[in-house]
Design a protein around this ligand. Structure first.
Ligand code: SF4
Length: 541
């Protein structure tokens, strides 16, 4: 018997160090670690101990005997990785037990943000004796895109929040939520209270298509739509018109598939999840019958993962369609993962001419369509595409989502690379590109460091690299000792912002949402306005 990594692997890599025979690849630092779609287990080496399964934060590992029908292909997908990439050696992993450099007994770091990169950095740092972390978050709730980006019908992926929650609970971690750096406290003030500031604020802007009409009412970024259905307080008041018959999603990544699935699934399937109540209401009244997911290139270039496509293919109440001929670019590929994708697309193409069954909504995968304009007189009426042969096609729709990627915003007082939407850095240490000099004490991690790519778990190695750079600078005497301590900081913040939410207040919000969920038979009922969240944070009985 072997264990198998299947759909939903987040590449967090927690499983790698616990494997006694080191048969999980690729490992952080391996040449293909960043490009691999997921991690894989070598069936020839696995000794069936199950240690990896216990460690996986998103339950993406099963014994081969427990694989669902939907995941059966993953047995071969795992094995094929090792046929192409045989294990050359079986060295133990680089288990790094970090400690402060000789002569240093203390280190304090302010982390800005509370999403995956911030939580992984806080975990790395607070593992070290003598380190304290202050975590700052603009919203009253932590976890960034785990809360406001992961689709509500992906509860396994959201389980990573449990692991992040245990980091926040550590005694050396202090939380300052509902507190905005730049408004309530400046970066310079943070540096007066800490040795370093680690910016992990993510990417909260969108890439643009750069075509006429993308500003028309009815054309939105998928980021806004995703944040809205996930109950992000900034987007609760957004209004989406779902009264048309067709939606068009422009893009070919997991966000595009998530948005399409949420638009197409029967609302009854979403209701038990933690989707925002206002989204249940609007999606329940939606008249959309077909969601077109339009990609510029063929399925071999799709940025969505194989698991996401397979899950879509087997989503109850949704008929997946494609257009015969548009998926031919995969025909020459022989690897299992491509074959699985092609099989799904070919199955979808086979349904092209048939109608949706029993009133099911359809998701139609289209390939080779480059959007050239969003058209309409005062609001979206259609999108025009150009094909590779130069011909054009216009698809009528009143609702368009641009799912072409997130983008970082500049941070006041820090250098910014406007082309990549990131902070200029060397291994996570921010520097000024004009002078080439480091911005002393300032570091970055996550999407604002590497751009908006990778999975939740990709942030683990990213944050570890930044922590390593920070510790190097501490060892080299390149950091300035703070002039105030954390108690002084807490007093300063609460004087300026009496509504600061600490970790105990966040726990009260968390418990209130879970309690509302239990009462409603749902995973959680999210509170979706800052006022509601703050009210829940103050209820102590
Ligand atoms: Fe390694 Fe045990 Fe997981 Fe097999 S089951 S991959 S031996 S940790």
């Amino acid at each position: 018997m072997t264990f198998v990594i299947n759909q939903g692997c987040c590449k967090d890599s927690s499983c790698i160090p616990v494997c006694p025979v080191q048969c999980i690849r690729p490992r952080p630092g391996d040449p293909d670690f960043t490009t691999a779609e997921q991690l894989y287990i070598d069936p020839a080496t696995c000794i069936d101990c199950g240690a990896c399964m216990d460690e996986c934060p998103v339950n993406a590992i099963d014994s081969e005997f427990d694989l669902s029908e939907e995941s059966a292909d993953y047995l071969d997908i795992n094995a094929e990785y090792f046929a192409a990439n045989p294990i050359a050696e079986s060295l133990p992993p680089d288990l790094v037990y970090r400690k402060l450099p000789a002569g240093r007994a203390e280190l304090s770091v302010a982390i800005v943000g509370s999403g995956p990169a911030a939580c992984y950095a806080a975990g790395e740092l607070s593992d070290i004796k003598g380190v304290t972390v202050s975590m700052f978050e603009r919203l009253p709730t932590p976890f960034g895109l785990v809360r406001a980006g992961v689709a509500p019908d992906h509860p396994r992926t959201k389980q990573i929040a449990n692991r992040f929650g245990s980091v926040l609970a550590r005694p050396g971690v202090h939380c300052f939520f509902n507190t905005e750096v730049g408004r309530d406290i400046s970066i310079d003030e943070l540096l007066e209270h800490h040795h370093a500031v680690l910016w992990a604020g993510g990417a909260d802007d969108d890439r643009r298509l750069g075509i006429p009409g993308e500003e028309l009412p009815g054309c939105f970024s998928a980021r806004e739509f995703v944040a809205w259905y996930n109950g992000h307080p900034d987007f609760t008041g957004h209004r989406f018109d779902l009264t048309g018959r067709r939606a068009v999603v422009l893009g070919n990544g997991n966000v595009a598939l998530d948005a399409a699935r949420v638009l197409a699934r029967p609302v009854g399937a979403l209701e038990p999840t933690d989707i925002a109540p206002h989204a249940v209401e609007l999606l329940g009244a939606s008249r959309i019958e077909d969601v077109v997911v339009a990609a510029r290139r063929g399925p071999e270039h799709a940025a969505y993962s194989t698991g996401e496509l397979l899950a879509l293919d087997s989503t109850e109440g949704v008929a997946l369609r494609a257009v015969p001929g548009e998926a031919d670019s995969l025909a020459g590929r022989t690897d299992r993962q491509a074959a699985v994708v092609q099989a799904a697309v070919v199955r979808a193409a086979g349904r092209e001419s048939g109608g949706a069954d029993g009133g099911e909504r359809t998701i139609t995968l289209r390939y080779g369509l480059t959007p050239v304009s969003v058209n309409g007189d005062g609001a979206v009426e259609s999108v025009t595409f150009r094909r590779a042969d130069g011909s054009t096609e216009t698809i009528e729709t009143s609702f368009v989502l641009r799912a072409v990627g997130y983008r970082g915003r500049s941070v006041a007082g820090l250098p910014f690379d406007d082309v990549t939407g990131t902070l200029p850095h060397r291994s996570g240490a921010v520097y000024d590109p004009e002078s080439g000099m480091p911005v002393v004490g300032v570091y970055c991690a996550g999407w604002i460091k590497r751009g908006a790519n990778g999975m939740i778990g990709s942030n683990r190695t990213d944050s570890a690299e930044t922590v390593e750079a920070l510790l190097d600078d501490l060892a080299g005497g390149r950091l300035t000792d703070p002039v105030h301590d954390v108690e002084h900081l807490a007093q300063l913040v609460s004087e300026r912002n009496p509504d600061v939410v600490d970790k105990h207040a966040w726990t009260r919000i968390d418990q209130a949402e879970r309690r509302l969920g239990r009462e409603a038979g749902r995973a959680r009922v999210k509170l979706v306005s800052v006022a509601e969240l703050l009210a829940a944070s103050r209820v102590t009985s």
